[in-house]
Design a binder for this molecule. Structure first.
Ligand code: SF4
Length: 435
């Protein structure tokens, strides 16, 4: 970057003060969401030397086997240590049993570099102190494997919060922040990205002279990443508040930005890094103009079909607000209600401000009341969890599974058209059925 280069002038989506004043409908009641164990499905694909050992019941085992159905034919990197019904006096046995399972697993799988013990919510598991068990097992297997723990319990987590807890455990583990000091200024991208998307962003950062860049999680769990006052981080997913706070408490700086969904979000996200690295406007435009133009063109294919369509989001993935922003601003969708499991204003402030003023924002879940509103609203499309989709389809409402938003590559310029297409597909199917 030439000395004295001008800072870029791409309009980032601002964090407006009125966010705190925006009316939010707060719901507390029965929830219809998957638990945090679900995130093992995408985490184990990404972190290729990690193993996820769920400490849970047969229900937990069934959940991850059916959520990750296709993987049962491969040598999987997840399993469930099943604890049968036991009374309190069985705790010692539970710890012994866990030690035995871990020992057998490590002998059988020498490729495992990091083992996550993932807690769940059956009462026998809650009585187990998994953090202590991980410490004890780490000592027993020191030098061979890193053993961490986190909770994927349905009592504490919605399905994407499992990733937040996992990444927070990685940040807090010594292996990440014990490295040499002082570290050079670096960029950390936080949140699971498909490998192809990670490569695209790496190229864009490289073209702008931004780096070194690391990704959390990365393909290898033992990364050479260090975290400290010279670490600047961008969140790639809006459900990583606890991880962000763990990074900040280690001195890292959060680069506030919209999330990289659609052209605007991706430009705003990249421009936050570019501003921190004093990238010139010329350089920024040279790096982003062609992919942004391709992305606009690919989104345009769906604009005509999506414009004016009324869409409601039920609270499920925590991705609702940035995706709704993309649909409203870049595809002309009319948002009816945008529900989120919880509203993290620190993380989502810049995004909330970009939603149309009249959209109904709701936080938390009271499924019966939300379904009543939905039936009255009759949107063209409802984005919701798997459990609600089939009954709503049976009532004649078109749905989109929100879990697809975490399983599909949707970040960045090259995926912007695919993101729009995800919402067009069910509407197009209905049109064809009616014709
Ligand atoms: Fe069910 Fe709890 Fe196990 Fe999740 S963690 S599958 S909610 S028992």
């Amino acid at each position: 970057m030439p000395a004295g280069a001008q800072r870029i002038d791409v309009t980032p989506i601002p964090c407006a003060p009125s966010v705190a004043e925006r009316p939010v409908l707060r719901e507390r009641g029965q929830r219809e969401v998957f638990c945090g164990l679900t995130s093992i499905v995408w985490l184990h694909r990404k972190i290729q030397d990690a193993f996820f050992l769920v400490v849970g019941s047969r229900t937990c085992a069934h959940l991850i086997q059916s959520a990750a159905g296709v993987m049962i034919f491969a040598e999987p990197r997840f399993a469930t240590a099943i604890l049968d019904d036991r009374d309190l006096s069985g705790i010692a046995d539970c710890n012994d049993e866990l030690e035995r399972v871990v020992q057998e697993l490590l002998v059988r799988r020498p490729d495992i570099a990091t083992l996550f013990l993932v807690g769940s919510c059956p009462s026998e598991v809650i009585k187990l102190d998994l953090a202590k068990a991980a410490e004890r097992l780490s000592l027993m297997h020191r030098g061979r494997v890193r053993i961490l723990s986190y909770s994927g319990s349905g009592i504490e987590t919605t399905f994407t919060q499992g990733e937040d807890n996992c990444l927070k455990a990685l940040v807090e583990s010594n292996a990440l922040d014990r490295k040499r000091a002082p570290e050079p200024k670096s960029l950390l991208v936080v949140g699971t990205l498909a490998d192809v998307v990670e490569d695209q962003f790496s190229r864009l950062f490289h073209d702008m002279g931004i780096g070194p860049v690391a990704f959390l999680p990365s393909r290898h769990s033992i990364s050479s990443l260090a975290i400290g006052p010279n670490t600047n981080f961008l969140l790639a997913q809006p459900f990583l508040g606890e991880t962000a706070r763990a990074l900040i408490s280690r001195g890292a700086t959060h680069l506030l930005a919209p999330f990289p969904f659609g052209v605007e979000g991706t430009l705003g996200w990249l421009s936050a890094a570019a501003a921190a690295w004093n990238v010139s406007k010329t350089c920024f435009e040279a790096a982003t103009a062609a992919p942004a133009a391709r992305a606009r063109k690919s989104v345009m294919r769906y604009q005509e079909r999506l414009r004016g369509k009324r869409i409601s989001f039920l609270p499920d993935s925590q991705l609702e607000i940035p995706i709704a922003r993309f649909l409203a601003r870049e595809c002309g969708v009319e948002l009816v209600e945008v529900g989120v499991p919880y509203l993290d204003r620190q993380i989502l402030g810049a995004e909330i401000e970009q939603l149309p003023a009249d959209v109904r924002l709701s936080e938390g879940q009271h499924v019966e009341r939300q379904l009543d509103r939905l039936r009255a609203d009759k949107p063209d499309l409802t984005v919701c969890g798997l459990g609600l989709a089939n009954p709503l389809e049976a009532e004649g409402l078109r749905t989109k599974w929100s879990i697809e938003l975490v399983f599909s590559p949707i970040h960045g310029f090259e995926q912007a058209g695919d993101l729009a297409e995800l919402f067009d597909r069910p509407l197009d199917r209905q049109k064809r059925l009616e014709s």
